[in-house]
Design a protein around this ligand. Sequence first.
Ligand SMILES: [Mg+2]
Length: 270
Amino acid sequence: MSVRILIFSDLDSTLLDHYTYSWDEAKPVISLLKGLNIPLIFNTSKTFYETRRIAAEMGINHPFAVENGAAVFFPKGFKPLPGGCRDYGDYCFVRFGRDYSELSNAFKRLAQRYPVKGIRDMGEDELLRITGLPRETLVDMKRRMFSEPFFLEDVEALEPLKREVEGMGFRVLKGGRFYHLVGREQGKGRVVFFLKSLLSSEGVPVMTVGLGDSENDVDMLRAVDQPILIPNPVKGYIAVDVPNLLRMRCMAPIGWAKGVMKVLRDWGIV
Ligand SMILES: [Mg+2]
């Protein structure tokens, strides 16, 4: 292949069904990507533990980014590993986000004055009702390393909250179900630039695809050569103005599978 392709993908409501988290209809395309040696790089707001579980279920052993671009995890033995990669079990990671303790302290201060509720303060049943996740995965969802997801009980409070958060050196991102308090320097787009430069070997051009459904995916969609927007069953298409955007008609996971196939055909790969 004379061009190297990297596929960056959000998970919830992009590759995984919004309600059931199923990815059955995407299985043949995931197998095809494996056969073509095209890395499928998850770029999600999920935690390391949730993402590792999904990667294992799909049989995918590529780098992935967690908690809205807070860190990129590399399986040990991956080449080339970037400098400064911090050991973490069978992985090492490069961090762009802030430590959880900093975020958690900031969140506690905000929670005294704004109508926010962190997922740490939600009971198991409440979280199950909101997310529809299998009960056994909730523990992985709560093992945050770099971000604090929360519920906003009054949207009127969003703008003043955002301003205050920015003054504190953090940022609020909007995901599919939650808002996320994250570090100012992180984002899904930064992950694309970082991995693109790491994985481009001399003389071989790198082409990138990005798939997402929510506001926190927009900077990833902006960063790639072929952005693909998947409609969200609750929000529909988010308002986004990105050149060359491919809007799929089907939701996850069918829209994901069709979108990837269309790009592979357009680029003459299959
Ligand atoms: Mg999503």
